[in-house]
Design a protein around this ligand. Structure first.
Ligand code: PHE
Length: 337
């Protein structure tokens, strides 16, 4: 009996299990009723009591060993299979969907960087604004028709969605001593009919520069430099007299596109000139309203719509596509930063 147990033990140890078929054979050979261990057990039954005592423990551990080997190999075969299913190294990798910057952000960031290089800081303010910051401080007299220039979304009597980011500049002037050199980008709201060319909200960048002896020449040169950086060195500009309650004198600035293409003709209504911003010298009343002495300081301000310039830059024909978040539209800007 002892010899037999030894022999079977050696067989169990030597048995190679690499496949499921091996495993099944192992089970048949050793663990099934008719297998080697089964046979030993049958023989064991026939032994004398004394002999049973001697071989019982050996036989038991033999059986355990066989079961253990079976279990371990079975587990590793199953998990090996799972791994095999998971890992097909010939499969092409899964691409992570790549996002892209919104065209408005691209244009806005480019503008911010140009002004930053000129020493302008960045300021932001609330989109829900009180009457003082959006209108009164900016020299819009109460009930003055000038307030109709910008159709306003009112929330309460004296609270509205800001119609321009000039409101942020009032806050900056109230809180800081000149010299002030800042730009305020942000979303603004106007109660306008929505069409391909106008939306009820859009984005602006407004700039403000206040110091001793700031003149209209500084305004022109600053904006001229911006235009050269943004639209290209050869870009021609012109200033047309205009009116804003908060600047005096006021102007609008155009860049020259010409009428060479049908698109330029359409954009410039046949004149060749595209209006891109409003500007002017900060009105004396505005400086006073914000606690700045106009006898000591002067300044200029300007403001431009980001959508209009984005549409021109990228040939976007309908302003609404900028707000629909249609991935097919946005994906076109993937390579830009
Ligand atoms: N706030 C004006 C607008 O929204 C733009 C502007 C800013 C004009 C500063 C002049 C000076 O249209």
């Amino acid at each position: 009996m002892k010899e037999q147990i030894k022999k079977v033990l050696k067989e169990i140890e030597d048995f190679e299990i690499l496949t499921e078929e091996n495993l099944e054979n192992f089970r048949k050979n050793f663990l099934s009723k008719k297998g080697a261990i089964g046979e030993l057990l049958e023989n064991f039954k026939k032994l004398e009591k004394e002999e049973k005592k001697i071989f019982g423990a050996d036989l038991n551990s033999l059986k355990k060993q066989a079961e253990e080997k079976f279990g371990v190999k079975k587990d590793s075969l199953v998990s090996g299979q799972e791994e095999k299913n998971d890992l097909d190294l010939s499969l092409p990798g899964q691409r992570m969907p790549q996002g892209s910057r919104h065209p408005l952000s691209i244009v806005q960031n480019t503008m911010i960087n140009i002004f930053k290089e000129m020493g302008f800081s960045l300021s932001v303010g609330p989109e829900i604004e009180d009457d003082w910051h959006n209108f009164s401080a900016l020299n819009f007299p109460e009930n003055h028709p000038a307030r109709d220039m910008q159709d306003t979304f009112f929330i309460e009597k004296d609270i509205s969605l800001r119609t321009h980011t000039s409101s942020v500049q009032v806050r900056v002037m109230e809180e800081n001593e000149p010299p002030i050199r800042t730009i305020s980008p942000g979303r603004v709201y106007r109660n306008e009919a929505i069409s391909a060319r106008s939306n009820s909200f859009f984005h602006q960048i407004e700039g403000l520069y206040i110091d001793k002896g700031v003149s209209f020449a500084d305004l022109k040169q600053t904006l001229f430099h911006f235009v050269q950086r943004f639209f290209g060195e050869k870009t021609e500009v012109r200033f047309r007299p205009s009116y804003f309650p908060f600047t005096e004198p006021s102007a609008e600035m155009d860049i020259y596109l010409g009428t060479g293409t049908e698109e330029d003709y359409r954009l410039t209504k046949g004149t060749g000139w595209l209006e891109i911003l409003g500007c002017g010298m900060v009105d004396v009343n505005v400086l006073e309203n914000c606690g700045i002495d106009p006898k000591v300081f002067s300044g200029f301000a300007f403001g431009m719509g980001i959508e209009r310039i984005t549409m021109f830059q990228y040939g976007v024909k309908d302003i609404r596509t900028l707000f629909e978040n249609d991935k097919r539209f946005l994906d076109q800007f993937k390579t830009l930063t």
